[in-house]
Every structure is written in C-alpha cells, then in structure tokens.
Design a protein around this ligand. Structure first.
Ligand code: SAM
Length: 190
C-alpha cells in the first residue's frame, strides 16, 4: 500500500472575485477532517497556511488535543489530531511526504468544478489500491487557485451529486463534507 495523506489548503486559494488569497483556518474544519482522516487511515493531515499567527493557533490546538486537557478528556480526538501537521506551504507538505515515503509523493487536486483532464474517482481509487502514493489537496474559500493546481500531478473529477428534476445541480459542498465523501470513495475497505 502506498502512502496517502491529505492537505487542507488555505493558500493559494480563490476569492469569489477570482483573486488569490490566504483564507482563515476554521476550527470546525480541523476537527471534522481530522476525524475523517482517522476513520479512513490517512497517514498525515496537513493544515497549510502561510500566516504564522494561524499556524501558532493550529499548533496550540494540536497540543491541547494531543497532550493537553483535550487529550485527557477525549482519547479518540487525541488520536485524530495526532496525524495533524501544520505547515506554511503545499511544497513543505510534499517535502515531508517525500521524506516519510522515501520517494517522491505526487499531489492530487480536488475541485467542485470539472477541471481539464480530471480523472474519475474510481480510477484514482484503483491507483491507490495498486500502491500509488498521493497527497490529496482540498481547497478552502472558493477552491484551489492555479498555483496550487500547477503543483498537482493529477486532478480528480468532482463528487457528482444528483441533478434536480429541472436538470440543475447544487454544487456547494463544505470542504468538511467533501473530505468525508472523497475519503470514503477513495479509501473505504474493498
Ligand atoms: N468555506 C467553504 C465551506 O467550507 O463551505 C469552503 C468550500 S471549499 C471551496 C470546497 C473545497 O472542497 C474544494 O476546494 C474541494 O477541495 C472540495 N470540494 C467541494 N465540493 C466538491 C466536489 N463536488 N467534488 C470534489 N471536491 C469538492
């Protein structure tokens, strides 16, 4: 089995006006996605932000839930937070993954929008089942900006949802919900 990790990316991500921004870390994202990662055997959960004050906040959360009062009160949450790594860039996460795997680990992009060359989720699942390594990137704000996509070796097709009777599709999953669905699609036991 290859190495499989997930990165919650706060920069570079898109603002609704199309500009590239650094979004703020959301505590609920960390708890929910850490629990999803633990559920599906994700090797590491990276929180990516270039903002030092935001990293310090995340480090305090990790300390609280892994060795502090939170860990004493909730061992299950301690286990989920133990896989969390706080880094300043996607590149830093890729470097840590490459060191941990002992080989280059590719980044895979996710998006609510169908991007050129996107690969069906089932195809990506088969690659993982055959031993592929991957660092799955999830965006915040309005999604991964182009510099993040440019770092990716592969782009996954969107979670399809279901068309309304009039044929339209509501496609505004929270990143928390998207993470859980993607991990189930990619990592559930056969
Ligand atoms: N503040 C927003 C929230 O949590 O509601 C953040 C949404 S964020 C842009 C959505 C991210 O979740 C995308 O960058 C992507 O990683 C993932 N995502 C959302 N919808 C998706 C879909 N249909 N298929 C795949 N990934 C999706």
């Amino acid at each position: 089995m290859g190495r499989f990790s997930l990165a919650l990316v706060h920069h570079p991500v898109l603002h609704k006006d199309g500009s590239t921004i650094a979004s703020a870390v959301t505590n609920t994202d960390l708890h929910d996605i850490a629990r999803s990662c633990a559920t599906f055997g994700v090797d590491a959960f990276y929180v990516v932000t270039p903002v030092a004050a935001q990293r310090a906040l995340c480090d305090r959360l990790v300390h609280h839930w892994t060795v502090g009062d939170g860990a004493r009160k909730n061992a299950d949450r301690a286990r989920a937070f133990a896989a969390m790594r706080v880094v300043d860039s996607i590149t830093a996460a890729l470097e840590m993954e490459t060191r941990a795997a002992g080989r280059a680990v590719p980044a895979w992009a996710t998006s609510a929008r169908p991007l050129p060359g996107a690969v069906p989720l089932e195809t990506a699942r088969r690659q993982l089942e055959q031993g592929a390594d991957a660092l799955l990137l999830l965006g915040t704000a309005h999604g991964l900006a182009q510099p993040a996509l440019d770092l990716c070796a592969l782009t996954l097709a969107p979670i399809p949802g279901r068309a309304a009777p009039d044929g339209t599709r509501y496609n505004h999953l929270s990143v928390r919900a998207a993470a859980a669905i993607l991990l189930h699609q990619l990592r559930r036991d056969s």
